[in-house]
Structures are given as C-alpha cells and as structure tokens.
Design a protein around this ligand. Structure first.
Ligand SMILES: *Cc1c(COP(=O)(O)O)cnc(C)c1O
Length: 366
C-alpha cells in the first residue's frame, strides 16, 4: 500500500535550525511569560503582517474568545456558519448570540448583500470569516459597519499573509484573529494572535491573557491565562524564515491542480480574487453535477490512502450541540449548506509534489 497522503502536512524547520533557536533557553531557563522568543516573534510578525499592534496567544480559539471579551461587546453578532467550530463557539461561549448570514458561492465568504437585513437593535458586531485564503468584501463590510456603528472582527485564521491591493489582511476591520495551529500556513505548533490598529486594546489583551497581572504586587483585571510559551514562539521564529518559500511551493501545487481539474464539467475550483495575493492555504473543489458525488470522491481517494477533508462540513448551524436552538437552522443559509455538502479540500502543503497532485487528479478524473 502506498504511503498515506493527508490533507495537510505541518511545516517544520530543519531539526538543527530549531535546536539552534532553542539552545539559549538551557542557559536562561526562561520558558514562558513573554520572554525573548515571544517578544521577538511579536516584532517580526508585526513587520511581516504590516500591522501596528499584535498580541500572541496560546491558540487561535482563545484569541477569539479574548477578542470578544476585550472589545466588550454583548449581543447579536452577525457571522457565517461556513467556518470551523471555533468561530461560532467563541461567540456562544462569551455570552453572545450568533446570527447566521449566508455566504456567496464565488469565494465562500459572507454575502454582503444579506447583512443589513439581519441587523437589529441588539446587533453589536459583524464577525466575518476569510475562507481558504480568499478575503471577504472588506470595503462593503466597512461601509455597513460604519453606517450602523458596529465592530468588525475578522476570523482571519485562513488569511495569514494575504494582501489585497497591497493591504495586509491583518490591518482590516477593528481586530483580526490568526491561528498558528500546526495545520495552518504559518504554525507555532499551537498558537494564535490578535492584530489591530487601536493601541488602547494592547493593555486589555495583555491583561486578558495573563490574569490581569500588572506587576509583582498589582492585579488590576480578572483575566485568564492564554500566553504563548517560548518553545512555540521559537517554532514560529523558525517557520517564519521559510514562509515565503513555502507559500511559493503551495502555489505551484495549486496551479497544477488548476491545470488538471480546470474546465472539467461539474467540478468548480476556487477562483483567484483579483488584486488578492493568496496564501494557498487550502485547495477546495466543489463537486456539483460531476459524475461522482463529493462523498464518492472522498471514498475513492481514501481507498488509495489519500485523505481529503470535507471542510467545512457539517456547517456550524447544524452541529448537534446547537440542535433546537433558535436561529440555528441550515435552511436559513442554503448556499452554505449546498457548498458544505459538495466541497472537498484536496491535499495541499508546501512539500506536495506535482507527481502526487497528478496522482490525486488521476483518481478524481478516472
Ligand atoms: C483553525 C481555525 C480557528 C481556531 O484556531 P485554533 O488555533 O485551532 O484554536 C478558528 N477559525 C478558523 C476559521 C480556523 O480555521
């Protein structure tokens, strides 16, 4: 049996490079609490992402929860169900109510033409999700938010390093959350960050992630613990050095898929957005009217040890944990349901060879 090809493969630096990066920790014995690695990573990410403020977290999900707590919103948040569990759970777990807006079937982000109809006097924010490296229609979202006085909080977990007409995804909206989970384009093993333009938030997020401790004898805020440790920050410092090269390699794989699967009746590929430099985070293919269903393709690939992923499926407003809750109804978001039922993200990572892409496409087209 051939070796297993998974949907993704975590980026890692050379073993020697990582060892060199962590070596001084055996002298300092400084393992966490915003040490040198943490500070350096914040500085380097600020430059890479071109954003004035960044706060690192243990993971993307805690960054999202802390974002909602730190911004201080409480009420209805307009979002989409076409996302990872984290987005919806963060809204619910912080005592807010998600209001589900459908997505558009071009780039799978929030359908901006449907947002205004969902706004009520309880609406406090819009929490759109950039999907697969595609960006939301940020200009339209800004216009609506300004008109109704709403916060714009992006789940940018899929959009690390993406730019639109030169503007970094990190600088969009009031706050953008990134995940540095092992499966993401840029990883710190586990990790996450909030990026923002308003410096007043810096202290709020610092308090939230470190118990509100302000000095050895001063605790000024009821915060929790969501700090990134030094080993994770060191992994990030190493991975960041190779990121541009890794994204370029993903692009080669993506273009090979485009070549082999483009113009096949019943397979819809992810269109590149104009003016957007993608990070090629995922390679979604929608099987709609193809000779095999999405589930059949999944099984055919699995039989050859190629593990694709039904992502995002199920969509979050159909999760068992939310069954029976008002407002959680897949029929309210028919486009998200349809895409969720017919999408498959194919293997995509920097070291995916053109030969493997050809083999995957061969199985799909057979
Ligand atoms: C990965 C991801 C998250 C959560 O990030 P973690 O670092 O895994 O906690 C949130 N939203 C989306 C869209 C994601 O893909």
């Amino acid at each position: 049996m051939s070796e297993i090809i998974n949907v993704t493969r975590s980026s890692m630096p050379d073993y020697e490079e990582f060892c060199a990066e962590i070596k001084d920790m055996w002298e300092t014995h400084w393992l966490t609490n915003m040490g040198v690695k943490h500070q350096t990573l914040e500085k380097e990410l600020k430059e890479y992402l071109d954003v004035p403020y960044i706060t690192l977290f243990t993971n993307g999900h805690l960054a999202l929860e802390n974002m909602l707590e730190g911004i201080g919103v409480k009420g209805e948040i307009i979002t989409t169900p076409y996302t990872f569990a984290s987005t919806t759970h963060a809204i619910v777990r912080t005592g807010n109510t998600p209001v589900f807006c459908d997505i558009n079937d071009e780039d799978y982000t929030i359908d901006v033409n449907r947002i205004e109809a969902l706004i009520t006097e309880k609406t406090v924010a819009i929490m759109p999700v950039h999907v697969y490296g595609n960006l939301c229609d940020t200009e339209a979202i800004d216009r609506i938010a300004k008109k109704y006085g709403l916060k714009v909080l992006y789940d940018a977990a899929h959009a690390f390093g993406v730019r639109k007409n030169g503007v970094s995804s990190a600088a969009m909206g009031d706050v953008s959350m990134f995940s540095f989970h092992a499966t993401k384009v840029f990883n710190t093993i586990e990790g996450g960050a909030l990026c923002y333009n308003d410096g007043k938030l810096e202290r709020v997020f610092a308090d939230l992630k470190n118990f509100g401790i302000h000095g050895p004898e001063s605790v000024t805020y009821v915060g929790g613990n969501a700090k990134m440790n030094e080993f994770c920050a060191a992994m990030g410092l190493c991975n960041l050095r190779h990121l541009d090269e890794e994204i370029a390699k993903r692009k080669v794989a993506a273009e090979r898929y485009d070549e082999r699967l483009g113009n096949v009746k019943g397979i819809k590929l992810n269109k590149r957005q104009s003016g957007v430099e993608s990070n090629y985070a995922y390679y979604p293919a929608v099987f709609d009217g193809y000779k095999y269903t999405r589930d059949e393709i999944f099984d055919r690939l699995a039989a050859e040890n190629i593990i694709a992923r039904k992502y995002f499926y199920p969509i979050t407003n159909s999760f068992e944990c939310y069954r029976g809750r008002p407002g959680f109804d897949v029929d309210d978001t028919p486009v998200a349901k349809h895409i969720g039922d017919s999408v498959l993200t194919l293997p995509m990572y920097a070291d995916l060879s053109v030969e493997t892409v050809d083999r995957i496409c061969g199985i799909i087209l057979k």
